[in-house]
Design a protein. Sequence first.
Length: 541
Amino acid sequence: MSVSPNATNQRLPHIDALAEVCRQLRLIGVQSMEAKKDSPADFQRSLPDLLTQSNHLFVALKTLNRQTYNHTRATKQATTDAKLQMDRQQLGLQNFHYERRHLEKEIRKCEEFDSIYQDINLVPQEDFLTRAPAELTSTTDPHQLMINQLDFELSERLRLEKETSDLHELQSKLLNENKRAKAELESLDGELEQFLKGSIQLQEALKIPIDATRKKSDAARLLPMPLFVLFRHALGYSEAFDHTIIVDIQGDTIAAASFLQVQSTPTPSSSLAPQSQQALSVPPSASTASPLLTPRLTSIRDSAAQPSSDPGTPRPNHDRDDDDGGSTAKKHKARHGTMPADQYYKRHPLEVVITINKDGKYRFRILYLSILLARLYEEHTSTSILKVPSLPHTDTPQSHPILKLRFAYLPNLNIVTVAPEECAGILYLDKRDMLANLLPGDIGTDSPNPANQFLSDGDDPFEFDSVLANGHAYHWAQHMCGLDFASTPPQQQDVVGKWTADPGAPRRPYLAKLIELVRVRRRGWKQLERQLEALRMYDSF
């Protein structure tokens, strides 16, 4: 900062006097040099006066020097005091800036502060204004309104917490009651089981097979779908026609349960040919099944609805040309060519056995004709003859079984086989041929499943063997079990067409008509047996 000369003189008044003293000293020095040069004698005479003047000037110079020093020291002191004051002011300014920064930081921290209510899912403000009391919603201050909303949220949560605790107490109470009731039911199950075991003799005496019916219903849950459909139809026929047939389920239920569990569990690969989707499809009539069998139908329906992911599943396609040179057939042969032949005929552990009893109406007709002839004879001869004895109470159709039919399911071929057993009164004829051509053209020696022709070890198609299958695969048996394969070609005779309810409906033969055909076949065989017996007696003569 520049300083004007006037300001300097005012601040330093001794500067002018010092300059004057120095000028006089220089003047005395110049005069002395000139006097010494001009006349040394005069110089010697005037020397004391010059020294006196010089001494006075030096004293004045020393005085001015002292004044200058004092002034300089005072100026330094003033400068020091001013510097200290300036430092204090600077320090105060720095403190002010620090305080300002601190306050700004606190302000930002307050502005950025996350309150706990910001992480709480509060009731929407519209609901708060609607549900809260008027004293909480009447304010217009946003801050106070938020506080009121938090208070309302707290009260609501406390209320809901109390309700939740009450509900938990009620739940625990109900669970304890359920446990107690479950324990009572389990004890009742044991007592009921003991009661059922003790009532078996009573059931047999009253002919009320409750235990047998329950076991049969439990076993029906494990049947494959084709046999289950047959079991339902046959059971309904038996109940409708006074038990002229007896339906039973035979086999290993434990193995059937394991088989069902394996079938319901998807596996990445399988060495056996899997069941067709048709074998697992639930027929429309299955919706009216017994409640005991509903879980079985539901599980099979669910498993059938899932697409098969098994890489070994054969997918024969008859309507598609092999553009890739038969690669599909080669892949199929690679999957199934190494399977042993007996594996194709592996049977399901459970089988349905239908026992056909002798129809009582023919016996009663014969009895009626015998009584009528006896009465006519008495009227014409007036002679009493022996009365025709009446049938005893135990002489019912159930006591005269004429034929047993064993229905088995082959899962790997997805077909049902039928084998006659215990054909009463048939001695000379082979009972295995009892059902051959029961319907025209149906001899049961060919597989009705068109997919089986691809199960071949070589180039020859698969041929069904009724001996290895231990039964014949009749077409009517497949339809009775709900296995609807491809319809018969027009050039071939339809063996079940005329036995269906409606030509346009799915071709399922009447069970009643089949039972009637079996009875007619058995009576025909019985007459043939009598003829053979007569021929044997004739040969013996």
